[in-house]
Write a protein that binds this ligand. Structure first.
Ligand SMILES: NC(=O)c1ccc[n+]([C@@H]2O[C@H](COP(=O)([O-])OP(=O)(O)OC[C@H]3O[C@@H](n4cnc5c(N)ncnc54)[C@H](OP(=O)(O)O)[C@@H]3O)[C@@H](O)[C@H]2O)c1
Length: 335
């Protein structure tokens, strides 16, 4: 198998701005398993294999190493800055200092500007990386549309200053979007959300498409090797479902590849993570060949199990009853 996939043949998604971006990107969250060096080495390999979109974040703790890899690739002429689509996010402790966070990411990523800048979580509720899921920060507060719009306004200023090209939201719900969208000036181009066969978020997905906001799907394979603290007994392993295995067998690929083909064909942009060359190469290649049939797409549609993996417990405020309070399950913003 050739390890180079010509970026020109990777299908594109069109944003409401008219900009066309790759239909798949690479995640860069190494979590507890991989060091910043391992993740940045994978990014270096991925650029050379033809990846042009990377999902970074200030809180992943590896932007400076990834920046070195970008700089090398620019210097060696592997890729030009204008041909990379660099995404990053402001973390919860910087909602009042968005420009400072963005400028640090630009310096760390050695990228001149950011293509798509996300508000990582809709709460300014800080927790230390890797902390126990039952820990609570006494300063944490429920969602406030006013506070969110204040943070978003700072992102709009970044667009005007040319530091970022577009704004994105992440981990949102329909009630939260309804509360903030009427008050913003520059519409977000994308919303990053958890999306995999057992967690399809159809209603939110449709809402975003209707509002011309591109869904970007994190944990697209169901994050099979996430840390144990993020696993619950009721979680379902997407890639171990018999239907996924059967479709994978029919195509002669790993079920992870099927989850990603489904994502791309459904219309979201998946951002799978892997440090292994064989895996990240096949994750890009799959967008260029052997699509799923309509019947296979229909089968995967039936695998929805409302299995949210990132529950977000650590962002809860005192007095909140359960992680479900973060996700406005009853259709109103939980206060
Ligand atoms: N906005 C947010 O709040 C948010 C939250 C979570 C994640 N994210 C983003 O989403 C990205 C992806 O999430 P994730 O890493 O948790 O989940 P994921 O992409 O669903 O799963 C990654 C794991 O899947 C396996 N894998 C990848 N490609 C494979 C292939 N071709 N064949 C077999 N196995 C394969 C690898 O396991 P092995 O290492 O065992 O091979 C890898 O560690 C993150 O890196 C991050 O950028 C964003």
């Amino acid at each position: 198998m050739s390890n180079f996939i010509n970026p020109a043949i990777v299908p594109k998604m069109k944003l409401y701005t008219g900009e066309e971006i790759p239909c798949i990107g690479m995640g860069t969250f190494g979590s507890d398993r991989f060091t910043a060096e391992q993740v940045s080495a994978a990014v270096a390999g991925a650029i050379r294999c033809g990846y042009r979109m990377f999902d970074c974040a200030a809180c992943y703790g590896n932007e400076d190493q990834i920046g070195k890899v970008f700089a090398e690739a620019f210097k060696e002429g592997v890729v030009e800055r204008k041909d990379l689509y660099v995404m990053t996010k402001v973390w919860n402790d910087m909602h009042d200092r968005v420009e400072e966070s963005c400028r640090k990411s630009i310096v760390d990523l050695q990228s001149e500007y950011i293509d798509l800048f996300f508000i990582h979580w809709p709460f300014a509720n800080y927790h230390a990386p890797g902390c126990d899921v039952d820990s609570r920060n006494p300063d944490s507060k429920p969602f406030s549309p006013e506070a969110y719009c204040k943070t978003y306004k700072q992102c709009e200023e970044l667009v005007k200053k040319g530091l970022i090209k577009s704004i994105g939201m992440s981990n949102m719900t329909i009630p939260k979007l309804e509360a903030v969208l009427p008050h913003i000036e520059i519409m977000p181009v994308a919303c990053e959300m958890e999306l995999h066969p057992c967690f399809q978020q159809q209603e939110l997905f449709d809402y975003l498409v209707e509002h011309k906001i591109q869904p970007i799907g994190f944990m697209p394979i169901g994050s099979p090797t996430r840390p144990e603290r993020d696993m619950c007994p009721e979680d379902v392993a997407d890639i171990q479902l018999p239907e996924m295995k059967a479709i994978a067998e029919a195509h002669g690929v790993h079920p992870a590849v099927i989850a990603l083909k489904w994502a791309v064909q459904r219309g979201q942009i998946p951002i799978p993570f892997s440090v292994y060359e064989a895996e990240y190469v096949s994750n890009l290649k799959l967008t260029t060949e052997d699509p799923l049939t309509e019947a296979e797409m229909e089968t995967i549609k039936t695998l929805e199990k409302n299995n949210r993996l990132v529950k977000g417990q650590v962002f809860l405020w005192e007095g909140a009853e359960s992680w479900e309070d973060l996700w406005d399950i009853d259709g109103t913003i939980t206060k």
